[in-house]
Design a protein around this ligand. Sequence first.
Ligand code: UGA
Length: 339
Amino acid sequence: MKVLILGVNGFIGHHLTNRILEMTDWSVFGMDLAFDRLDKAIDNSRFNFLEGDISINKEWIEYHIKKCDVIIPLVAIATPKLYVEDPIGVFNLDFEMNLQIVKQCVKYKKRIVFPSTSEVYGACPDPEFLEDESFLIVGPIQKERWIYSCCKQLLDRVIYAYGTRGNLEFTLFRPFNWIGPRLDSLDVAKEGSSRVVTQFIAELLMKRPITLVDGGSQKRCFTFVSDGIDALMKILENRDNGCRNQIINIGNPWNECSVKELAHMLKRLFMEHPRHSGDKSFSEIIDVSAEKYYGKGYQDIYTRKPSIRKAQELLGWNPRVGLEDSLRLTLHAFLDENE
Ligand code: UGA
């Protein structure tokens, strides 16, 4: 099988590529702006890489959509601070660029495996989010954070509509706070623009305070990337065509914790780390208001737990890595890479 991955150097892209090359005889065709995470893949004869930009290298993309069997467009801005700072950039990249890819998949009758997001559920009050039943709820226009959720939701709806009219074969997957090695870089965290787990680890490393937005009672279910990739591989294998035109949550409902609990757990794990147990001081954990941290355009999501019934039934999948192990593995990899 020939797989096209746009955004192949990203967090999900490079983990998926490594797994495909290790476990299958498939070929991967990938494009990204950089290749710093692709050290394991780059010399593999089944890996074909172009250093490029999806807004520029359009001919290469169209040629490879024609040539490949499955298309996985992973290019997107996916950090909340940027949703607020650059909502038009989010729209241009996450929506417009990806819409062109979707339309080419329709034109060339190619299967698309598209990353939706847990963010589409927004402020849904359900205790567990169900792919085919839960309401998708966002806030007012002035709260620009929701542009990411809206962009993704509209793409989900467009893809679904093409699918139900017989013009596109798709699977939408919804990652729930996947974490793991190479999630976000230290440089991004230095600016305060990374996702929460990397942000907290970077603060611990730099001995800066860990900031709990509005007290940190909001909860997330953190999913270790190897579990996520297990599910994604089963989606790509698509046994008996069972994933055809399905939407599937990929998250770990058993790894739910508040941001405050996350901060304390990461601090403890950092203090236990062999290179840091003798440090003279450690980051304090402080509160900050959402407006101060993110600006006026932010609004938080208080609980976000997936139902994984569909993933269990369609894929025979269950996540296996618990919260503490997920955080320890992510922390150690980050420290090994950045120290
Ligand atoms: C993320 C991003 O939107 C996407 O990566 C993705 O689509 C989705 O979740 C997902 O991975 O499922 P969110 O979980 O809100 O959204 O993003 P984080 O930046 O990781 O923040 C998690 C929580 O920690 C938020 O409530 C935020 O306010 C809080 N936070 C963040 C802090 O308390 N302190 C910080 O320094 C950073």
